[in-house]
Ligand binder design. Sequence first.
Ligand SMILES: C[S@@+](CC[C@H](N)C(=O)[O-])C[C@H]1O[C@@H](n2cnc3c(N)ncnc32)[C@H](O)[C@@H]1O
Ligand code: SF4
Length: 350
Amino acid sequence: MKKKAGIYIHIPFCKRKCFYCHFATIPFDSQLVNEYLNSVKNELRMKSNSGYVIDSIYVGGGSPSLLEEAHYFSLMESISKYYQMASNPEISIECNPEDISNEKLKIFKNAGFNRLSIGTQSFIEEDLKYLQRGHSVNQSLKAVSIALEHLFSNLNVDFIIGLPTQNEKSLDLNYSHVERFNLPHVSCYLLENVLPAHSSEECQHKLYNFTRKRLGAFNHYEVSNFCKSGFECRHNLKYWKNQEYIGIGLSASGFQDHKDYKNDDDFTDYLKKTRQNILPVKEINSINPVSRKIVMGLRRLKGLPISSFHSYSKELAFLSDENLLIKVGNNIAVNPEKILLLNEILTYFV
Ligand SMILES: C[S@@+](CC[C@H](N)C(=O)[O-])C[C@H]1O[C@@H](n2cnc3c(N)ncnc32)[C@H](O)[C@@H]1O
Ligand code: SF4
């Protein structure tokens, strides 16, 4: 019997590098895009596996919305050439708001994308200025609005929370746009990797807890993700449910046959290896499967079955006494009030 799996494809090109961004990116260059996509297609071929049925594809970045029509079509063509597709796959693409136009949306539809994730970050001009974004609030609002007109009903917007320019009132305004558009999915990421910390931990907790309350009509299904019923991101759920996914492209990660791997993050090395038909894999790890299941599964607010903790009974007892882990039906989950301590909690299971 074939296994269901997802494919993540990393498109590293961006018009400019945002100071806060820790993803693998390189400056946009149309010549390099063609070379890179040839490498990606080569990698798709090298990793082809007849034991899989692909039911999710996630094209992330970087800024995949910068590509041209022919690029999207040839990527999709390669995937269906080398992999068996499920009958109704979820096919997502990450978009920068300034790249979205009526024409682009038609291209996305025709190429087969059925889920968009738009990097709006905030609908407040002051926040965008702080983040030095390349788009205005109006551009973001228009992007969301025309995406809905083009019937991309499976739509996510990204917010970054914990900015020094933010407070509960401005977040409230952000979320009122989510309500007005009746959006089915919102990702709210706490600002990470910006040193020195731009806003205190206490402030971050406050804004995060406000978000949880304000988005009470949504299912808070993962630390940073909120959705209306039936709109969980199928691809991202694979990460947290310990399911298999193939990672393609610069710095991409994958999980196949009980092994985690990470691709090269040096662009030259990546091109060189894939041109020579060598897998561009930088490291492979076999993580204890029980530990991996817990570490990934505790990111979900519903947690995971109590039986998953059989080899960690002492840790479970201690963390439950500390009120960090709680029982939710037959599952064990992180106490939602303590979710910002997740990374510390996870250290007990690695
Ligand atoms: C891989 S990025 C691609 C998004 C797209 N290029 C854009 O900028 O609109 C996906 C999301 O990660 C989030 N992100 C990036 N850097 C972050 C950081 N330092 N802290 C928190 N979230 C971050 C942003 O919300 C962003 O939309
Ligand atoms: S545009 Fe997006 S992916 Fe590119 S540097 Fe900025 S946040 Fe990172």
